[in-house]
Design a binder for this molecule. Sequence first.
Ligand code: B3K
Ligand code: ZN
Length: 876
Amino acid sequence: TAPIRLRDYRAPAFTIDTVLLDFKLDPVATHLTATLSIRPNSAEAVLGRLELVGDETVLKSVSLDGALLAPGRYHATPSLLVIEDVPDTVFTLTIETIIDPSANTKLMGLYRTSGNYCTQCEAEGFRRITYFLDRPDVLAVYTTRIEARKSEAPILLANGNPGESGDIPGTDRHFAVWHDPFPKPSYLFAMVAGDLGVITDSFTTMSGREVELRIYCEHGKEGRCTYAMDALKRSMRWDETAFGREYDLDIFIIVAVSDFNMGAMENKGLNVFNDKYVLADPDTATDADYANVEGVIAHEYFHNWTGNRITCRDWFQLCLKEGLTVFRDQEFSSDMRSRPVKRIADVRTLQARQFPEDGGPLAHPVRPEIYHEISNFYTPTVYEKGAEVVRMLKTILGPDGFRAGMDLYFDRHDGDAATIEDFLAAFADATGADLEQFALWYAQAGTPQIVAKGQYDANARVYKLTLAQSVPSTPGQLVKKPMHTPIRFGLIGPNGADIAFDEVSGARVEGDVLHLTEASQTVVFGGVGARPVPSLLRGFSAPVRLAIDISAEDLLFQARTDSDPFNRWQAVQTLAMRNLVTGSGDVAAGRSPTVEPALVAALEGILSDETLEPAFRAQTLQMPSEADVAREIGHDVDPDAIAAARKRLRLAVCEGLGNTLFVRYGLLSGGGQFTPDARSAGRRALRNTLLDLMVAGGSRAAITAALDHFETADNMTDRLGALSTLAHAALPERQRALDAFHDRYRDDPLVLDKWLTLEASVPADETLDRIKLLLHHPSFAIGNPNRVRALVGSFAGANQTQFNRPDGAGYDFLADFVLDLDRRNPQTAARLLVSFRSWRALEAGRRARAENALKRIAARDGLSPDTLDIVTRTLA
Ligand code: B3K
Ligand code: ZN
């Protein structure tokens, strides 16, 4: 099929002002009557021909201005409804469709989950409900009437504020009407009906309006919703203080469902969530789960302004709402928790998920210019790199300039379907800044590489810093231009404090921000009294790879002294990465890898620095992952060599730190009553990280400690921490513990996902067979995306040595599974397939086997557009 291109954008020929939806719910034959008030869009209307899109849509009847149309007056297929000769003024179209929600395994449109009804419309699911102008630049006011059997669906919900409701006399049915006064695109429509439990609360907005808050979930899980409710209220308050944004309806509803293709969905006034991002209590949720719940609740809530009140003109502008909203939720979590620790976690995610995308066949700009299947563009590049671009904008403009730009954007575009150009213009107009070069961040794919070299001249008291930037070629973009990149920096003097300089030339430097704009710049700092250690890219001020010529001694010094905590962490990571890359080479060449004393010294320093918060120390003690090392090496990757080197390095670190590890671990024991706050979580994180390093040393004492840690844990974080240490170390003790864990939580699917994940992560030859067995385990269900991601997604995405088995059996397994799942749920199938994105970087044997598996998928007839798109681009 032909691709969709940004440059072909045309405003719609017609628009829809109001939508009346009347659902008569039935598990296999739901009747929907949609009444649309349609108007030709003056300049664009063409000859009275109206085209509405569908997707497997079943039409019953069409009426125009109340008169039933004879079949000859329109043409309908499952994907298109065409009506010729529509009036050239406002008219009413009434469309009756029939929907089978029980047969909907794609989880797009109207479907069933745990016996309830639920919808998912972004990006193109509304057309599976009725024929429509299903595009984000058609904004309408929706009224939804839902009718259902009372016993089947006592709860009836839709967007907006509640209206009339009641019983239908003489029947076992009832109805409810909802009205959403804010014009919205169809992708924000939602309807939920069923038998659900609820918790309620309320929030008073900054202007004194009272908003009713409700969270719905499966009966019996209400107690696990209280943290989400608390996070919601904090999000609502934060958006008022940080951005001046107030909530606008009388009610805000969240519904947690167990079958969901992604994390959550920001439907106006009626957010639908994957229940894993709502439910949390100490016995079933880890600290990471709590943090995710908080972050996702905030993210979806923040969409009310960035996404809903101001939406996207077309799907190419997806980062307009997603990148910006991720930035907003990251800032929120930083304010709720520890800013440096949150920053490290976010950068880790960016590097683990977005960098490989940007460096492989699926690379695309933050704002893509072409797509075949939009579902495949909900990517780390659009989301996480999109957030980094917004963060750079703030760094360049400063907090006040950034806020002024945001205020203008909200003022100017409230109620609009906007573009990235609109967004940037608001900042340029509010501050007078020239953002033309900066806009390249939206257009050029690929992670820029910055090479830095410093030179100190003691006699002249001059420090020269040369910075060269280049952006690698990516699919469809061979030649790139230099970008405007903000580099936060400091020059660390001999006593560890930043030293002053009195003049700078060669770059614009404002405060601690250096503006890199040319392909290469030499920045000259005058009046520098001693040789400095450069601290560049503080706080990871730009999403780039930085290569800097710096000795191990200087890195150790930086790890001990840098006033920027992020760069203290970074210095240790750089030391560790150098060791791991060299070590992997040693293993591959049959040599035994050695460990640099500077690394052990740096880790020791961080571990025993009591001024550092425990969560930060935990982050620093976690060495780069096998996948991080593979990415750094970049070609002819041998995952077994990397795993062996990493194992060897962790053993050496454990030996190097010696008894300190055990002593510190002991000191952290007994934290008292569980609370999910960041401080207590940090303490647990450090204790679990220490345990993991102890076990890496392989002593009997450490293994006993791990088993004890597992058995005596009084919360999920500690229980899972110990279990994952046992599993990742592939210790023989693991299976008994995994079985015990399974039995304890046998009736709790969300917790069993953790178990499936660990089973799939064991780095042992028998893991693949175990996974094949688990596909038939009663705790697994191919129809549930959470189960699929836990078992198959973790294997392909996180088990480096076993997915990349030298015999190719891991690749064959994934190919077979994807082909099977593709017939049922294309979105989730295509998402799994992304695990092949770095196949070209593998050593020749694995590369050939991965290519075979991909080609086998590509050769299959009847692939979904989703899977076909990913496999085609991955092989290109
Ligand atoms: N906007 C949704 C994602 C929809 C994905 C559709 N395939 C959730 C979010 O980003 O908030
Ligand atoms: Zn979002």
